[in-house]
Design a protein. Structure first.
Lengths: 115, 112
């Protein structure tokens, strides 16, 4: 049981490049989400999903796309990276769609630098 | 909108001493859950403790306990016998939010 797995752990991009941050969980969790963490800003929600085929926007969705074709995977896509997207990205999941009363399981984060 | 206030951006404590981190929140619901999460320097966010609002008894997990005052909408975290490994960012997300949002948290330093 690996929990929430994020890959890669570190990534450097040039402005305008695209990439996908991977997130997978093996706990059969319905809810998955992506956060970014910047110094002094706490964690800000980018996108979330309450089940396969269902996604919604968080606080800061611009510049990011997501899809949820399976329960296990929730990739985050940067179509055209910008320096403002330099951040640490976290994926999190919880058992059911009612995430307000359930523990969130977090991945170990991806440090992304956009030059 | 559901909000939370962690009024102490930074706190420090001596090893083996006790420290309390404050959290006040706003909600119009009567039944909800409250959480404290910890993020050590390793970046891995982990759950510290959970409180169910309908339970009057304060939650405890080993050296961690809460002081939950529902009427005052206060949910403070008490760490007893502080250890160096308790040094971390601590987050208290607001309850009953469709979009679970973490604020800027409280940074706890532990001195030997």
């Amino acid at each position: 049981n690996a929990g929430v797995t994020q890959t890669p752990k570190f990534q450097v991009l040039k402005t305008g490049q695209s990439m996908t941050l991977q997130c997978a969980q093996d706990m059969n969790h319905e809810y998955m989400s992506w956060y970014r963490q910047d110094p002094g800003m706490g964690l800000r929600l980018i996108h979330y999903s309450v089940g396969a085929g269902i996604t919604d926007q968080g606080e800061v969705p611009n510049g990011y796309n997501v899809s949820r074709s399976t329960t296990e995977d929730f990739p985050l896509r940067l179509l055209s990276a910008a320096p403002s997207q330099t951040s640490v990205y976290f994926c999190a999941s919880s058992y059911s769609g009612d995430r307000t009363n359930e523990k969130l399981f977090f991945g170990s984060g991806t440090q992304l630098s956009v030059l | 909108a559901q909000t939370v206030t962690q009024s102490q951006p930074e706190m420090s404590v001596q090893e083996a001493e006790t420290v309390t981190l404050s959290c006040t929140y706003d909600t119009s619901e009567s039944d909800y859950y409250l959480f404290w999460y910890k993020q050590p320097p390793s970046r891995q966010m982990i759950l510290v403790i959970r409180q169910e609002a309908y339970k009057q008894q304060n939650a405890t997990e080993n050296r961690f306990s809460v002081n939950f005052q529902k009427a005052a909408k206060s949910f403070s975290l008490k760490i007893s016998d502080s250890q160096l490994g308790d040094a971390a960012m601590y987050f208290c997300p607001p309850p009953n939010t469709d979009k679970l949002i973490f604020g800027t948290g409280t940074r706890l330093q532990v001195f030997p």
